[in-house]
Design a protein around this ligand. Structure first.
Ligand SMILES: [Zn+2]
Length: 295
């Protein structure tokens, strides 16, 4: 399945490009958690024969104040990475970046909203040394990796529930490249890393503020837009679902108020829209068209 890449958006002076890492298949019931199938199957994409739905892998490249910033690194391309994800492709993040003229060495900052396998796979790659031995190395040789400190600690001390998603091969090679964050952190004065707990305790978003405009990259606060419209629709992957409910309700109402541009990882490409309120008072997602039309 070939998925387009390179859709461009703007928030004030900040340029955003959606760079995809392909897609993967996820168990539909797990995505919708406690919500009965009778309710979610009216709005979800069609399931395959194994009861899975396709999820996007929308990473975001931003240019702000002379810095090149990559939010999320998808499922990855190391041996075994795409098996975990039951994905339908080989992982396209690096070719998506190359298509817009960005080499791995150009990335100054990598941001992971959290460290589940489908958000940090391309943090690292395989390098073969002179003896033919394989090593995992940082994919982006000049980048600092911005990660919430609680998330880093939990990923490095997984429990029985989280150990299938926190993979040491995505983490160990970047251990000396980290900028571990407590609370909020200004990547530039236009890009703020902000805690948004619920999916995990250390899950964070990136808020984009420029001029009078703002936007937010939600990471894994939702896997489908209906979960943004209906805050109690929460995936079974969230470790703190009632915290997710509070975080999401508050942030979605702020996004409606501000007319913010909203992007998230697992939406159907490019996964960018705005939250609005209907005359009846319901929250509603509206797709945002890319600048210059669909790529
Ligand atoms: Zn995810």
């Amino acid at each position: 399945m070939t998925i387009p890449s390179g859709a461009k958006f703007k928030v004030g002076a900040v340029d955003l490009t959606v760079v995809n890492d392909g897609m993967f298949w996820q168990d539909a019931g797990a995505v919708f958690g406690l919500v009965p199938r009778l309710m979610w199957e009216r709005v979800a994409p069609p399931m395959d024969e194994r009861y899975r739905i396709p999820l996007g892998l929308n990473c975001l490249l931003l240019r702000s104040r002379g810095k090149t910033v990559l939010i999320e690194t998808g499922v990855g391309g190391k041996p075994g990475d795409r098996d975990v994800a039951t994905s339908a492709d080989d992982g396209t993040l690096l070719t998506s970046l190359a298509a817009i003229g960005v080499a791995p060495a150009d990335i100054d900052v990598v941001v992971n909203t959290h460290l589940h396998f489908d958000h940090c796979g391309w943090n690292t790659s395989v390098e073969v040394d002179g003896d033919g031995a394989e090593h995992f190395v940082p994919t982006f040789p000049n980048a600092t990796y911005v990660i919430n400190r609680t998330e880093w600690d939990e990923a490095n001390h997984p429990n029985e529930r989280t150990r299938a998603t926190y993979l040491s091969r995505n983490l160990d090679p970047i251990a000396d490249r980290l900028e571990l964050i407590d609370g909020e952190h200004a990547i530039t004065d236009e890009l703020i890393f902000v805690p948004a707990p619920g999916h995990t305790a250390g899950h964070s978003t990136v808020v984009i503020r420029s001029g009078q405009e703002w936007g937010v990259y939600l990471g894994d606060m939702a896997q489908h837009q209906v979960q943004l419209e209906r805050p109690p629709w929460i995936s079974s992957f969230d470790t703190l679902p009632l915290v997710s409910l509070e975080t999401k309700r508050k942030l979605m109402d702020e996004c409606i108020e501000a007319g913010a541009l909203v992007a998230y990882t697992h939406g159907a490409y490019p996964g960018v829209g705005r939250m609005t309120r209907t005359p009846e008072g319901f929250r509603k997602w509206v797709d945002e068209q890319p600048l210059g039309g669909t790529s």
